[in-house]
Design a protein around this ligand. Structure first.
Ligand code: ZN
Length: 148
């Protein structure tokens, strides 16, 4: 990773961890799910309001390490206003960059800096927890999803 990217990676994670966006409970979500990453102790609940296949609002609550919190925060920012189809496509792209697979990533915006996590394989599950939880919420799975 270049020094510039490393700096950006650290800054973005610190910023979103200290001041997570959309960190709240949605009152009447159409979808919600609980996700845990037992390896690290990350634990989040994700709330969504979906109308006509568009994610109208997206919020989360919980506790976890800086990477899981920052990733969830960045994800809620990126996906608000997106269609379910776009969200699924972005999940694939995001999964690719954090696991080191080359792919088109133009639409990921700020989330691209999380590509830095691929240098720390143990943290990939922290970075993808919010996305796995999103997938469970969209599939209306009642159970808690776990990265294990
Ligand atoms: Zn973690």
């Amino acid at each position: 990773m270049s020094d510039l990217l490393r700096e950006l990676y650290q800054e973005t994670i610190i910023d979103h961890n200290r001041n997570p966006r959309n960190f709240k409970v949605l009152k009447h979500p159409s979808h919600q799910a609980h996700g845990v990453n037992p390896l690290c102790g990350d634990d989040i609940v994700l709330y969504l309001t979906v109308e006509n296949d568009v994610i109208k609002s997206l919020a989360f609550q919980g506790k976890g390490c800086a990477i899981s919190t920052a990733s969830a925060s960045l994800m809620t920012e990126l996906l608000t206003g997106k269609t379910i189809q776009d969200a699924k496509k972005l999940f694939t792209q995001f999964h690719d960059i954090v696991t080191g697979v080359e792919s088109s990533q133009d639409e990921l915006g700020k989330l691209k800096v999380l590509a830095g996590v691929k240098e720390f394989p143990a943290r990939v599950k922290c970075a993808t927890l919010a996305w796995h939880t999103l997938q469970a919420a969209l599939e209306n799975k009642a159970n808690t999803v776990t990265t294990e």
